[in-house]
Write a protein that binds this ligand. Structure first.
Ligand code: UTP
Length: 298
């Protein structure tokens, strides 16, 4: 399967940090957000990725470019530790392609930019500002792909239980348990009956939010074509998906134990992701933990 990472949004909730740099390039501990996502896709077996970029997003392609001059310079200065980090990045078994969404008119439009890239194959969409940290092997995305292949659905999404008062920030699912007489079913897998973008608490059909990972058959492009501008003046992917429900089944898989979503699109969430990833880092983790403990005492 090919992967698509929409990363063309303006990131207005992260201003001024995102005035001239992509929010997908903000560091979370040692690495920029989008590197975690590319690594996650690689772990799930994806070998070709299209990143949808736009204005002020040049740092993304620069980051994934090979840089022999920098490597040579580090070697000359015996900076082996830093070389190791650069080599990790350069050795990713992935081919990255780029396209531009010149005006960020919504996630649905960004995904539409992948139409020629994916052709008539199923594909993964992973939001460029959302890390899914998975200590499991296979990781969450691989589990999602496996479930999708067996479910026969037109689309499968990752979902997560969120506090009900946060429903107006997400696409929310109306579901029933997934059942199958012919295959083993993963825990917390669902058939999607309906979905609604950013509902009020009253209107929300559940507290299961779509959480940044999708698998689509190319039929989605027909439904994006038919979608009009929705919530926030943008073409919403959720609206196109809602239309696609008429064409065939949609399924969802909930994040499991040890599968954690980090949205980096607002400052409090970004800060939490940063701290969590620092704590996981063998080298800097203990020092950060000690510091946090100290802060807690004062
Ligand atoms: P968001 O809606 O969270 O990002 O999109 P945003 O629009 O950049 O953020 P705010 O609301 O202004 O703060 C989730 C992902 O989809 C991409 C974003 O870059 C982000 O990675 N996106 C969003 C696009 O590629 N194109 C768009 O038109 C909108």
């Amino acid at each position: 399967m090919k992967g698509v990472i929409p990363a063309a949004g303006l990131g207005t909730r992260m201003l001024p940090a995102t005035k001239s740099q992509p929010k997908e390039m903000l560091p979370v501990a040692r690495k920029p957000v989008i590197q975690y996502i590319v690594e996650e896709l690689e772990k799930a077996g994806i070998r070709e990725i299209l990143i949808v970029t736009g204005k002020n997003k040049r740092a993304i392609d620069e980051h994934f470019d090979r840089d022999p001059i920098l490597l040579e310079d580090l070697r000359r200065r015996n900076k082996y530790h830093q070389i190791q980090f650069l080599e990790e990045l350069e050795n990713l078994n992935i081919e990255i392609y780029y396209t531009r969404q010149t005006i960020p008119t919504g996630l649905a439009d960004a995904v539409y930019k992948a139409k020629n890239f994916v052709g008539d194959e199923e594909f993964v969409v992973a939001l460029g500002d959302t890390i899914i940290d998975s200590a499991n092997n296979p990781n969450h995305l691989q589990r999602l792909i496996d479930f999708h292949k067996n479910s026969g659905a037109l689309c499968t999404v990752s979902t997560e239980e969120i506090p009900r008062e946060h429903c107006n920030r997400y696409g929310i699912l109306d579901v029933q348990p997934f059942t199958s007489s012919t295959q083993s079913k993963p825990e917390n897998s669902f058939v999607v009956k309906d979905l609604v973008e950013k509902p009020s608490i009253k209107e929300a059909p559940s507290n299961l939010a779509i959480c940044g990972r999708y698998i689509f058959k190319p039929t989605i492009f027909d439904y994006i074509d038919k979608t009009t501008v929705g919530v926030g003046g943008e073409k919403q992917l959720t609206d196109a998906m809602k239309g696609m429900l008429e064409a065939g089944p949609m399924t969802a898989l909930q994040l499991g134990p040890n599968e954690i979503r980090y949205d980096t699109g607002t400052f409090p969430l970004y800060a939490k992701a940063f701290i969590a990833m620092c704590l996981q880092d063998e080298e800097i983790g203990p020092e950060i933990k000690e510091y946090l403990t100290k802060l807690n005492l004062s």
